[in-house]
Design a binder for this molecule. Sequence first.
Ligand code: MG
Length: 191
Amino acid sequence: MKVFLDFDNTLVDLAQGWLDWLAKEKYIKVTTKHIKEWDWLSKTYGEHVNEYWKTPNIYDDIIPIPGSITFVEALKRIYGRENILIISNSAKNMIDEKTIFAEKYFKILPTNVLHVADKWKYTSEGVLIDDAPHNVIDHVKANQTPAILFNYRNKWGWANLKEPVKFVTTCINYADCLTELAKIKKKFFSK
Ligand SMILES: [Mg+2]
């Protein structure tokens, strides 16, 4: 069984740096719970909130979500290093930074880091773990294999389903993800 891990807000906290910057530079104070959709901030406050993303070397200031490094280590041990992939819809200017980050913190080889849009096209042989509802929904619909919607400690306002979706389970921490993956392996990938 392959496990496809989204990167931003599944393994690293991309939101907090942005929110800290907004508070400091734009005097906008919000928490991740307020963000019901990823473009909610620009729709509410204007495009200037996205200036943050032009900051060079954003990943220098970004840290892995607590527990994510241990989680990835456990996944490699249980499912085999070659079966753990990072899949991320990366802006062009962030591809190198993210790949280096993935290798440094998660010891994932660059060949197992995929920078793609339409993730579902690449995830047919496994499970996708992702904080974006549209990615998990597209994956289960196209591939008929399960996905985990990751909503870290229930703090991500956007990582919720409007209604239950077949094959999608929500997990709010990494321990729950490991338990869910074991169930998925037994049910879907035990042949
Ligand atoms: Mg994400």
